[in-house]
Design a protein around this ligand. Structure first.
Ligand SMILES: O=C(O)CCC(=O)C(=O)O
Ligand SMILES: [Fe+2]
Length: 231
């Protein structure tokens, strides 16, 4: 490993330990979900170039800690407030930069070629400097869209609390992807610019492989990088 990589990894260990607890914490070593021991699985969604899914990116423990932080900061004081946005590295919640480091680390550790993010995105600094948290009540989703061009290529979506199906659509195809709590989706290239993504949870249920998904409140966190012209 290169010296800077070792240094970066050490720094990341410290930050992750601060945010998520040390992997030597008794409970961490018992639950087997510590980042240090985690085996991240990456799947390429072959129909959509540049679309990747890591279904087990965040352990249940990490999900709970992030949700608890959102709750204690009271981002969503009433049901009518369903979105929180932060622009600029210095305005991100304390757990977001370490999440970026974990995303980078998980990509570096996997062996697939091409990798889930191409090197020019993976090694940019910072990896992300904008965040949006969305809360969806049962039946709520998001219309088909391509993310605004004020954001660069290379977008990450983390899912919490409820399963849902996200569809990626182009002129002729609709590709469903199951987003389970703790999953991470990465979009770059065609997936980011040429395909729309949407979540349609009405009429109040979604089907995945013949099974009806139980809907409850869902929270997502999207991490992006502001384009040079807007940052
Ligand atoms: O909530 C999600 O999973 C997706 C959010 C999204 O696409 C967006 O904020 O642009
Ligand atoms: Fe989006």
């Amino acid at each position: 490993m290169r010296e800077e990589e070792e240094e970066e990894e050490e720094e990341e260990k410290t930050v992750l330990a601060q945010v998520f607890g040390s992997s030597s914490d008794e409970s961490d070593s018992n639950d087997g979900y510590s980042d240090r021991e985690r085996e991240w699985e990456w799947e390429s969604i072959s129909e959509v170039q540049g679309l990747w899914l890591c279904p087990n990116f965040l352990s249940p423990r990490h999900q709970s800690r992030i949700l608890a932080s959102i709750q204690s900061d009271n981002w969503f004081p009433s049901p009518s407030i369903n979105q929180a946005m932060r622009f600029g590295l210095q305005h991100l919640p304390y757990w977001a930069p370490p999440l970026g480091h974990s995303i980078r680390r998980s990509i570096r550790l996997q062996a697939q070629n091409p990798p889930p993010f191409p090197p020019h995105l993976l090694y940019r600094e910072p990896l992300f400097d904008q965040m949006i948290a969305n809360v969806y009540q049962p039946g709520e989703g998001i219309c088909a869209h391509v993310d605004l061009l004020r954001f660069d290529d290379g977008i990450a979506i983390l899912s919490f609390e409820s399963d849902c199906v996200m569809h990626f659509t182009n002129a002729s195809l609709s590709v469903p992807v199951l987003l389970t709590p703790g999953s991470l989706v990465l979009m770059s290239g065609e997936a980011r610019y040429r395909w729309k993504h949407e979540i349609n949870r009405s009429p109040e249920f979604q089907i995945w492989q013949g099974r009806q998904l139980t809907q409850s409140k869902r929270t997502s966190i999207t991490l992006r990088k502001l384009s040079a012209s807007t940052s």
